[in-house]
Every structure is written in C-alpha cells, then in structure tokens.
Design a protein around this ligand. Structure first.
Ligand code: M6R
Length: 619
C-alpha cells in the first residue's frame, strides 16, 4: 500500500513524479505529496485527495531532484499533516522523507526524539525517520551515513526516499521488506526510483531491483555531470546488483480505450488466461517442471495440500480444493492467511503449502508462509502474478500467472489466471500420483485450449448484466448462492459487489439457506445464483424455488440446459454449455461484470473503492 517515486535528473523531474504517482495511485489514494531539492532549497507540496489535487498544488513548479508519495493511511487520519513527505527542520537543516511500510518501534522512537527536542507535526510512524536522519546528519558529513545511522534504529518494513537541504544533488533510498527499484537511462542523464515498475516504464525498461537491506545513493557532482548510483549494504560497503530489462511496457499499464482499469482487466481475461497456459497447450502434455526445477523431485512427496491466501486469492484456493480432492485425490485445506499465521496448527509431513497472491506482497500471506516454514513445512509453492515479488522469492516452487499488471483494486484477471494455474497444478499432481490417464490428460488439455474462447464468449453478454445492474442501484443488501465448486464463486461475486458498490453482500452455499439466511429473503433482497448444469443442478433448482416462494427476486447465471426458465421474479442469463471442471472460471466473469456496472450506476470510483488499496502490504 502507498506508492513511492523519486528521481534525480538533468531535466525537470516534477512531471515524472506526478505521472509516476498517477501510475501508483491504485496502491493508496487518500493523499499525496512531493518534495523537491534545487540546490539547497527544499520545497514541499501536499494535498489530501487524489494526485490531481497535488498536481494543482504544485502546478508550475520545476526541479531536478524530488521524492513523491501517494498514501493509504495506516497511522493517523487522512489529513494534510499526515501526508508524506514528512519533514524535520531545525538548525537550518531540512530533511524530507517518503516511506512505504510500517515502523514498528515508532512509539518508543517518538518518545526518545521528543526528549531530545524534536517536535512532531503528524501522527504517522514515518515522521520519526525524518527526525532520526536529521539528527544523525548533524553528527556525520554524509547523508548516506546519516540514513544508515537512522536505519540502525528502525524495526519494521520500509522503502524510503530521503533528501536533505545540506546535500544538493543527492537522493538516498533504502529497502527493508518493501519493494523498491531503480530505473536507469542511457548516458546517465537521470536515475528514477519507484516502489513498483509500472511507474518507471514510461521512462525506461532497464531496472535494478534493490534487495532487503540495500541502500542506494544517487548523486551528481555538478549539474551537468552524469547521475551515478552506488548501492551499499548496511555497513556502507558497495554491492553489485544486476540490471534487468522488464518486459512490462507503457501500453501494459495504460488505460487505452477503456473507461476503467477494472473494465480493461475484465476484457483482458481471455488473453491473460491464454498467456498463463501458453506453454502447456502448445506442449500437449503436462510436466512438474512447470512449477520450478525442484518440482520433479518434490511432487512425489506430496500427500496433502494446505492453501494460504487472502481475499480473492483465498477464493481461488477454495475452488482449487474441489479439483485437488476430486481429480488428484489429495486431502486439501484452505485457510485465510491472516488467521493461519497466528494459529497453532499441526504440521504434517508431506504437506504442499501453496500460497496464492496477485501482488506477492500481501503481508498476511507472506507471514503465513513464514509461519508454515517455521513449523517445518518444507514443500512450498507460490502462485503469483509479479515475478519480482517477495512471495516468489520466499518459496521453493513457483508458478507465475501471466495476467500482466492488475491495477483496479477489484481483482478480476488475477483470479481467473490463478484458477487456470491451480487447475494445471491439479492435473500435474494427479499425473505424478498416477491417477490421470493419458486420455484424461489429453482431454483436459483440449478443454484448456478452448478456455480463452469460452471466456471471450461470456464477455459478450456484458449488456445483459449491465441491464440487471440497473435493478441493484437502490438495493442495500444482496445474497449470492452457489453449490459445490461454485459456492466459492458465489463468495467471489459477493466480495466483488460489496468492494466496489458498497452494497452489503453475502454468499451462501445454497443448501445452507434454510438453516438461517432464508429469514432475510423478501422482495427487497436480490438473490444472485450461479447455476451450472452439473450434478447439483436439480438440488439448486429446489433451493431457488424456496427463495422464490418467499418473494425473493432471483438473478440466475445459468448454463444452457440448467433447467431454469425466466418467469416473474426470475431473471436468467444463459451462458454456453456446461464447461465441466473449468466451469467456475467462466461463471465468475458475469459476477465481475455485474459488480462493475452496479458500482458504475451508483456513481462510485470503480478502480479506487473507498478505504481500500490494491496491495495490502501491512497487517
Ligand atoms: O495480492 P493478493 O492477491 O495477495 O491480494 C489479496 C487480497 O487483498 C485481494 O484479493 C483483495 O481481496 C481484492 N481487492 C479483491 O478484489
């Protein structure tokens, strides 16, 4: 959560800072700020609200060096005083700091700094960093050394960008358990910094990823000299970090012809799933190597599966449980990462611990993985969409979904690509266990080949879901129903709706209705039902009858042949034929489209719902 950009250049960096923040705004969007250093003149601009407010506040300003931040509040309310950059100013020296992450020992540091005469202007944890660097800079001649001295006192996670009025043409950045990368340009005219590559690709694709503990000192001897970078460890010794060329392009993060990123990302699902499956559908047979070089040796040891994730990624785990148990015969449990990390559980040998995350930076998922490892779980696999993420580095085995950047806070293409990956995993494990015949393997690969086209066909029904959305605009509550492998799809539909439309939505396995939730049903309660034409179709039909008998209006997303006819109080949109095991991947798309159009009709900012941020990097 929160986003950082910074730069030192021969040119004015303010347009880059503003554009970079705009790219990162999805990570936090309650306030934004920037600080620039021209010679020894440090200037700060901050605004509550979106980046466009900051753009207006800093209009006409130009500078060769700057740091900038977009915030998702953790410590302290959404106010201008709490917006970054935070400043420490005293004895003619001014230090400004931007920070992602959390300083865990900020309370004790704050107390000690107060005793030493520092006055606090905000409630944030970050302000202690500004004062610590300011204090240390009074005791050493170098900003880099001052930052190291300050960092030695910090506990927690941080990506930092720091400038000081005593140090013209100097920018110091540091990383500890929060992503930070440098963007390099030809001829060393500029060095850019960001917490996410999407903010850099408008300038360069040559990136250097900092590692935990690293500090980068970016300097220029004079205005016309090259901008140089020195990467150092905590003792100040130089480190070598290789540069890589990212495949991410400006177009990947551009909105293009779409009105919202969520709309773009829903539409990208056929291509994202095709990219995720590319190597498999071409090959015609499945191999453990898809999940990492060690998989061939490790998969035969797997006797059960434990899946850990949050939010939408947790829902993909719930779907996968049905596949893993049914197709691969592996006992599977799925846990919310934020609960598992604090639970005393019994570690069983032979457990494949799977963590699933779009971002790979979700604090609870990372902590859950560490908790599992600390309990002796050796077999770890991450399914993730971001190649350079912390999660990918923390597991022995990995599978990268190839959804491309997901920027809308509501997860869409990440979910369908995770499901595609989990289905592949199921097939590979089933094969390793000798329970997938060559015929079944060939048939499964054939159905995967068809999946992108099937997704594209579901997307064409968008106008029908848009029409349904108009009937939800005035509602305050909604129920989502599904059965079997589609009950997690109902949960995902309810999450999508509540997250962006702010309508209270709950999901139930349809058979559970008469054990309580049926009491909620009346003419004001819309009920969205996921109705595949599978072995539970008849049972679901009875559940829906019970709802209809209580006056509830039904919105049914049905496969052809599911036997649910439209009638008074029963709206039905038909998809294609039942897609077998892959059916959940198709049935979630209508629920995404419904949530999108309801949120739009209610006038909400679909990509940046209130109180949320894309990547939850704090507990
Ligand atoms: O990046 P992750 O997949 O680990 O994120 C997990 C959840 O925070 C995320 O899926 C969240 O629930 C989405 N905003 C839901 O649309």
């Amino acid at each position: 959560m929160c986003g950082i950009v910074a730069a030192l250049s021969h040119h004015d960096v303010v347009p880059f800072l503003i554009e970079g923040l705009r790219r990162l705004e999805y990570r936090g969007y309650d306030s934004a700020g920037l600080a620039t250093l021209t010679g020894q003149h440090l200037q700060r601009f901050r605004a509550v609200g979106r980046v466009k407010e900051l753009e207006e506040a800093s209009a006409g300003h130009a500078a060769p060096l700057g740091i900038a931040h977009t915030r998702w509040a953790t410590h302290g309310a959404v106010t201008q005083d709490n917006a970054h950059p935070h400043r420490s100013e005293r004895d003619g020296r001014s230090v400004c700091v931007v920070h992602n992450g959390i300083i865990e020992n900020h309370a004790e540091l704050r107390e000690a700094l107060r005793e030493r005469g520092y006055v606090f202007a905000s409630q944030t944890d970050t302000e202690v960093v500004a004062h610590l660097v300011h204090e240390a800079r009074g005791r050493t001649a170098s900003l880099a050394e001052a930052v190291r001295m300050a960092r030695a006192q910090l506990r927690g996670a941080y990506a930092l960008g720091i400038v000081c009025s005593d140090d013209p043409r100097t920018l110091v950045v540091a990383r500890q358990a929060a992503p930070l990368m440098l963007g390099l340009t030809a001829h060393q005219q500029s060095v850019f910094v960001a917490s996410d590559a999407s903010a850099l690709v408008s300038q360069t694709q040559t990136l250097v990823y900092l590692e935990d503990g690293d500090q980068a000192v970016i300097t220029q001897v004079s205005e016309s000299s090259p901008v140089v970078v020195r990467i150092e460890d905590m003792q100040g010794a130089a480190l070598v970090r290789e540069s890589t060329t990212t495949s991410l392009t400006h177009d990947d993060v551009d909105l293009g012809p779409y009105a919202h990123y969520m709309q773009k990302e829903m539409a990208e699902q056929p291509g994202a799933v095709a990219a995720t499956l590319e190597t498999v559908v071409g090959a015609g047979s499945l191999a453990p190597g898809l999940f990492g070089s060690e998989a061939e040796g490790l998969f035969p040891q797997v006797q059960r599966v434990l899946i850990l994730a949050c939010g939408t990624s947790y829902h993909s785990g719930l779907v996968a449980r049905y596949w893993l148990e049914d197709i691969a015969g592996l006992p599977t449990s799925v846990e919310i990462a934020s609960e598992y990390r604090y639970r005393k559980s019994v570690a069983e040998p032979g457990t494949l611990v799977i963590t699933i995350s779009q971002s790979g930076e979700t604090a609870d998922t990372l902590a859950a993985l560490e908790h599992a490892k600390a309990q002796g779980q050796q077999l770890t696999l991450s399914i993730c969409n971001v190649p350079e993420s912390s999660l990918i580095r923390a597991s022995r085995l990995r599978f990268l979904t190839r959804a491309g950047p997901e920027i809308g806070v509501a997860s869409t293409k990440a979910f369908t690509t995770q499901l595609a990956a989990l289905y592949l995993l199921t097939l590979v494990l089933a094969k390793v266990r000798g329970v997938l015949s060559p015929g079944a393997e060939a048939e499964a690969i054939q159905s995967l080949r068809h999946l992108p086209a099937a997704l594209a066909s579901v997307l064409t029904a968008e106008p029908e879901f848009q029409a349904w959305a108009a009937e939800f605009v005035e509602k305050e509550h909604a129920l989502f129903l599904g059965r079997g492998i589609h009950s997690p799809i109902a949960m995902e539909g309810a999450l999508k709706l509540k997250e962006i439309s702010y309508i209270h939505a709950e999901a139930y396995a349809a058979g559970e209705l008469k054990h309580g939730p049926l009491a909620l049903v009346d003419a004001n309660m819309p009920i969205v039902a996921v109705a595949p034409n599978d072995q539970l179709a008849e049972k679901l039909r009875s559940n829906l009858e019970e709802v209809r008998a209580r006056g509830g209006v039904l919105y049914v997303v049905a496969d052809q042949g599911a036997g649910i006819e439209p009638s008074d109080g029963v709206r039905v949109i038909e998809l294609g034929d039942h897609a077998g095991a892959l059916s959940p991947i198709l049935h979630v798309v209508p629920l995404q489209m419904l949530a999108y159009h309801v949120a739009l009709a209610r006038g909400h900012d679909v990509d940046k719902p209130r109180n949320l941020a894309k990547s939850v990097t704090v507990e």
